[in-house]
Design a protein around this ligand. Structure first.
Ligand SMILES: NC(=O)c1ccc[n+]([C@@H]2O[C@H](COP(=O)([O-])OP(=O)(O)OC[C@H]3O[C@@H](n4cnc5c(N)ncnc54)[C@H](O)[C@@H]3O)[C@@H](O)[C@H]2O)c1
Length: 369
């Protein structure tokens, strides 16, 4: 396969050539996943930490190293550009990569605003290239188990869902790009809330969110409290310009509701915990992932002969959810069936997050565009 042209056809090249941008947690995870998976090779890497760039280039055998993403995207021999940069760069990198015929694998959130996310999806459609997003937590084995369980119907009609990711003390780099409104687009809502919103909507079979009523607070970060220990992120020197807690009630087009909550820091019991609850007419379920736990995370609730019963499935969660989503992405690229993979589902999530911020700002319920 070449990196130009607009016809979609199954690619018969033995190797998909990948350029990865970003050297932090995200970029390194992408690099390692693409390197480990058959049928792909990382031939270019970009990032601004010179030493780390050279170290990763040497240890992972990547021959072409760049400090600036523009130089990597300008290569005409890449099939795929993988984006692991601060949120504000997702849009310009994806637009440039798609316009030059590359498929794009992008970190969450798709963009820092819904408007920019919409431009990215339009660019993928115009170029007829895949735009996939790293919603890796959805690929956890316990989430997938719960999804299959819900789909078989024992919970009945689900009327309410809770989707929460809350931390006691986990602002990822106080003063880094994460806490700059311009570079991140928002705080824990856009960072962690995007993941649990994704899980919630996925579990429910992709209903649309119609309206949102929300609050956000910035109570700890702006006073220098709540920073994660040992957080290493680029771009220090920023003020704390985003929320450190967000809570929203979402109305869905299937008649149900969802409570979405995200915090980087707060005086609560939670350390770094994901909680997803679904409440149905004949049963319920709770996924509680305490500090990235990989076992004993799932409970189902029902009645047997009129008495309450708790079901405790044994589901072990292996690591490697990024690898799972990248493997799916590579399969889509290879399939040639690109016209259902322009990132629309992630655009809806970005629009919901926009509505949450707007509702909190204006103190009223807001419709989702
Ligand atoms: N899916 C997940 O589980 C997960 C986890 C962590 C982060 N993320 C996402 O990944 C992205 C990056 O987060 P991170 O924690 O890795 O950040 P980071 O700050 O650790 O790394 C950002 C990287 O971007 C590079 N960069 C910045 N400007 C650049 C430029 N002009 N040209 C080339 N490279 C440039 C930096 O040099 C750095 O290597 C964010 O969108 C974040 O939301 C996702």
């Amino acid at each position: 396969m070449t990196s130009t042209g607009s016809a979609s056809a199954p690619t018969d090249s033995p190797m998909l050539r990948v350029g990865v941008i970003g050297l932090g947690f995200a970029g390194t995870t992408h690099l390692d996943a693409f390197t480990a998976l058959p049928g792909a090779e990382v031939v270019a890497l970009a990032g601004q930490e010179r030493e780390r760039l050279e170290e990763l280039g040497a240890t992972r055998g990547v021959p072409n190293l760049y400090e600036h993403w523009e130089d990597l995207v300008a290569r005409d021999d890449l099939d795929i550009v993988s984006i692991g940069t601060p949120n504000a760069l997702h849009h310009p990198i994806a637009i440039a990569a798609l316009a030059s015929g590359k498929h794009v694998f992008c970190e969450k959130p798709l963009a820092s605003t819904g408007e920019l996310a919409a431009e990215m999806v339009a660019a993928a459609r115009d170029a007829n290239r895949v735009l996939e997003i790293a919603f890796n937590h959805r690929r956890r084995a316990d989430v997938q188990y719960l999804k299959r369980y819900i789909d078989t119907g024992p919970l009945g009609s689900i009327y309410h869902t809770k989707a929460m990711w809350t931390r006691r003390r986990g602002i990822p780099g106080l003063g880094s790009w994460f806490t700059s409104k311009a570079l991140a687009g928002g705080g824990p809502l856009i960072d962690l809330g995007s993941h649990v919103l994704d899980i919630g909507l996925h579990l429910l079979g992709e209903p649309r969110v119609t309206s949102v009523s929300a609050v956000t607070y910035s109570e700890l970060g702006k006073h220098g409290r709540g920073g994660a220990r040992g957080a290493k992120t680029t771009g220090s020197g920023h003020e704390f310009e985003v929320e450190d807690f967000a809570s929203a009630l979402l109305r869905l087009d299937n008649g149900s509701s969802m409570q979405l909550e995200a915090s980087w820091a707060g005086y609560t019991k939670d350390f770094d915990d994901i909680a997803i609850e679904v409440m149905g007419g004949t049963g319920g379920a709770r996924l509680f992932i305490e500090n990235y736990a990989t076992d004993d995370t799932l409970r189902m609730y029902t009645d047997v002969e009129g008495e309450p019963v708790i079901i405790t499935p044994e589901v072990h969660v292996p690591h490697g959810h990024h690898r799972a989503v990248i493997e799916e992405f590579l399969a889509t690229v290879r399939s040639g069936l690109w016209n259902t993979s322009y990132g629309e589902y992630a655009l809806h999530r970005s629009r919901v997050l926009d509505a949450v911020y707007e509702s909190a700002r204006e103190g009223r319920e807001v419709s989702v565009a």
